[in-house]
Design a protein around this ligand. Structure first.
Ligand SMILES: NC(=O)c1ccc[n+]([C@@H]2O[C@H](COP(=O)([O-])OP(=O)(O)OC[C@H]3O[C@@H](n4cnc5c(N)ncnc54)[C@H](O)[C@@H]3O)[C@@H](O)[C@H]2O)c1
Length: 339
């Protein structure tokens, strides 16, 4: 199904009934076993390659002179990533709704690293605006080599709180925008046989937490999107030259509205500085890592997802750091001011 126009007026055609014979089942089992055998062979070969690589560490790739576009790059984590990529001698495009701070970030980077920079005022959830952005960036610089989908709304809206429009906005900015930017910028990457797509998900994209249905759903969505994107690239062997990295950070000390809420609990432990997180992200990206969890120890939290119900409930409401957000102020709140 590719064309959804007039979908509701098309009559529903049920699938024809299929009856499977014993031979059909045997053929399926035979084919399945062949696939399992081939996969096992691949696995053994790849494990051997991984073991060899352990003794021969990978060299970080050189991205000097490449063009990096960072959404939400005016502030917070995006800004820190832009600085770190400029340190690698990338030219930098800052895309943000907050154009004043985007200009300031772009100018600071140009002055400090002597690379080309420019700021563009764009709402990443607007498909037409992203199309226009592509034309503008290509006229001003050329094609984008590194796309960092970082813009996001850090929302604390439970399912029953907040306005419907707020929930929709979180979904549009945090998830839909990834479809628009990747669809728009990937064509040139394929043509140039060079590209890297980085997505900032969240630890909330690996383990859900209370009072953040929309946020967690979008961050799980980004994770699914990046996995499916990688698989889609593999179909055409494009994954050999277009790399993907999905990042799952725990708390990063970015905007004050967020840190004020987090400060209400003493159990959360130290937050990462944006600079620390950006450094780890770019270091991982240079090694073509597909999955980066920050701090790496936070991967252990995923184990909660395998707990039986009562232990999971106890852990999420009492022990995991995110549960403390639940006890913090319970009014609908949106940490971002995007206008
Ligand atoms: N800060 C954390 O603790 C944390 C943890 C995990 C994941 N993340 C993710 O990291 C990313 C960056 O977070 P942050 O803490 O730096 O956020 P931030 O609020 O400090 O900065 C976000 C930037 O994105 C911009 N932005 C917002 N909506 C936009 C839109 N529609 N179009 C273009 N730009 C837009 C804002 O103007 C701002 O400059 C987000 O995707 C967030 O979900 C953050």
């Amino acid at each position: 199904m590719e064309n959804f126009e007039d979908f509701e007026n098309k009559s529903y055609v049920p699938a024809r009934e299929v009856r499977y014979t014993l031979t059909d089942h045997l053929v399926f089992i035979k084919n399945f076993l062949i696939v399992v055998l081939k996969v096992a062979l691949k696995l053994v070969t790849e494990i051997a390659e991984i073991v060899i690589e352990l003794f021969k560490p990978k060299k970080p790739k050189n991205i000097s002179g490449q063009l990096a576009l960072i959404t939400g790059g005016a502030n917070g984590l995006g800004r820190a990533i832009a600085f770190r990529l400029a340190q690698e001698k990338c030219n930098i495009v800052i895309v943000d709704v907050n154009i004043k701070e985007a200009h300031a970030t772009a100018s600071e980077i140009a002055e400090k690293f002597k690379v080309k920079t420019r700021a563009y005022k764009v709402d990443v959830s607007d498909y037409d605006a992203i199309q226009q952005l592509k034309n503008d960036v290509e006229n001003d610089f050329g094609s984008v080599d590194i796309l960092v989908n970082n813009a996001g709304i850090l929302s604390k809206i439970s399912l029953r709180e907040g306005r419907a429009a707020d929930v929709q906005k979180v979904i549009n900015v945090n998830l839909t925008s990834h479809f628009w930017t990747v669809r728009t910028f990937i064509e040139k990457m394929i043509e140039n046989r060079r590209g890297h797509i980085v997505a900032i998900s969240s630890l909330g994209g690996k383990i859900a937490f209370p009072l953040a249905c929309a946020y967690c759903a979008t961050k799980f969505g980004v994770r699914g999107f990046m996995e499916a994107l990688y698989d889609e690239l593999c179909v055409d062997n494009y994954e050999t030259f277009i790399k993907t990295t999905c990042v799952f950070p725990a708390f990063v000390n970015t905007r004050k509205e967020l840190s004020d809420v987090l400060d209400q609990t003493k159990e959360l432990g130290p937050r990462m500085s944006p600079r620390y997180a950006a450094n780890k992200i770019v270091e991982g990206m240079l090694l073509d890592k597909r999955d980066i969890t920050l701090p790496s120890g936070a991967k252990l939290l995923q184990i909660v997802g395998f707990f039986p119900d009562k232990t999971m409930k106890y852990t999420k409401t009492n022990i995991t750091p995110v549960s403390h957000l639940q006890r913090a102020e319970r009014k609908p709140e949106n940490f971002n001011k995007t206008d």
